[in-house]
Write a protein that binds this ligand. Structure first.
Ligand SMILES: NC(=O)c1ccc[n+]([C@@H]2O[C@H](COP(=O)([O-])OP(=O)(O)OC[C@H]3O[C@@H](n4cnc5c(N)ncnc54)[C@H](OP(=O)(O)O)[C@@H]3O)[C@@H](O)[C@H]2O)c1
Length: 347
């Protein structure tokens, strides 16, 4: 039996953004009416309040990344909302709870299971760019206390990815040095977590227009890769070598990132935008490279605990209403962002 609240006051249809099979452009996305989904046993319905966009949403739409060609797919992987109805047997959640999704299917702890999938809004898992969604009760977690819906929506992918990179293996601590590349969603999340851990952030940019904002966030050392082609060496000379690199570029940046590290340092490879790179060289010795795959439920819980203690918040560059999702996705394609793009619903 469903434990729904005032079903007569709920709309029967809702809006959702869908990429029909074969659609691979923002222009051809469709805002469609669909029935408000009903939670089955063990599931919860969530009234979507905010969705944050990630670079991977464009990869799914435009480049076939984690996309099944025959599936009509609702896009979007990161949601914050309130529990709106409970399916049979759900005891851990109450209607009205403020929750976010967990990125992967059934990755609770340890190594990812083979069934992890690619996150909501990819493969055969429908996404969150809708007014209501239904998820298994184990696929959600409480939002951090004191977080708004737009802030909480920034955590499931970008926040947990940055946590995994910084804190899960070789965790950084007070006084450690972290090189963060770029000013997008993962990068600004990494700064938030590094600040919470008391680490010193060194920033690599390829444009100077955000330097004042970076300084105001306590970052003293900024190196521009557009003017410092040998930026790994420049970072090492300026800092004596860093303990961690948040490599949001990809494989091509690994050798320079290793050059930026002190002995014992780790390069966390996150970026998917550049998958061709030179072979590893002598820079690897005495250092390590780790590939990051977002993270587990346990990592989200640890991130939430740190954020509640530190009071740090994600950086949101701009929010758009659900009706302007195409403009929001277009904004994700522009260079020069500082932080996350978030979509909000009316409710
Ligand atoms: N492995 C994982 O689990 C995982 C999880 C999340 C994200 N990712 C990947 O990580 C990357 C970042 O994601 P995101 O959501 O943070 O993207 P984003 O918000 O689009 O930000 C990308 C940032 O990287 C900067 N950048 C790109 N190329 C650069 C270069 N050559 N030198 C210096 N800066 C450069 C951009 O600077 P400009 O503003 O100058 O363009 C921008 O600040 C993407 O490739 C994404 O697919 C992977």
């Amino acid at each position: 039996m469903l434990n729904q609240t005032s079903p007569q006051t709920k709309p029967e249809t809702m809006q959702q953004w869908i990429a029909k099979s074969g659609v691979d452009s923002i222009a051809d996305l469709a805002l469609e009416a669909a029935p408000v989904p009903k939670p089955g046993p063990g599931e919860v319905r969530i009234r979507v309040k905010a969705v944050s966009l990630n670079a991977r949403d464009l990869m799914v739409l435009e480049h076939g990344f984690m996309r099944l060609p025959e599936v009509d797919l609702v896009l979007g992987s990161d949601v914050s909302g309130t529990v709106d109805a409970l399916g049979e047997g759900v005891a851990d959640w109450q209607v009205g709870d403020h929750v976010v999704n967990l990125h992967f299917n059934a990755w609770f702890d340890g190594a990812p299971p083979a069934s992890a999938g690619g996150g909501l809004g990819s493969l055969n898992e429908q996404g969150v760019l809708a007014e209501y969604i239904v998820l298994p009760a184990e696929r959600i977690a409480a939002a951090p206390n004191g977080y708004t819906h737009p802030e909480a929506a920034c955590l499931p992918c970008a926040g947990v990815t940055a946590w995994n990179a910084l804190m899960d293996k070789q965790p950084i601590g007070a006084g450690d040095k972290v090189l963060v590349i770029g000013t997008g969603g993962v990068a600004t999340s990494a700064v938030m977590i590094a600040r919470g851990a008391g680490a010193e952030v060194i920033q690599l940019v390829r444009r100077d227009d955000h330097n004042d904002r970076l300084h105001s966030r306590g970052i003293k050392t900024i190196i521009n890769s557009a003017t410092e082609a040998d930026w790994g060496k420049a970072v090492a000379e300026a800092t004596g070598g860093v303990d961690k690199v948040i490599n949001t570029i990809g494989f091509s940046a690994v050798n320079q990132a290793l050059a930026a590290c002190a002995y014992g340092g780790e390069v966390a490879v996150i970026g998917l935008r550049d998958q061709a790179g030179p072979a590893l060289g002598y820079e690897l010795f005495g250092k390590s490279v780790r590939g990051i795959m977002v993270g587990s439920a346990r990592m989200y819980a640890a991130l939430k605990e740190q954020l509640e203690a530190s009071g740090e918040k994600p950086v949101i560059e701009r929010t758009y209403p659900l009706s302007e999702t195409k403009a929001a996705l277009q904004a994700m394609k522009e260079s020069g962002r500082f932080g996350k793009i978030v979509i909000t619903t009316k409710a």
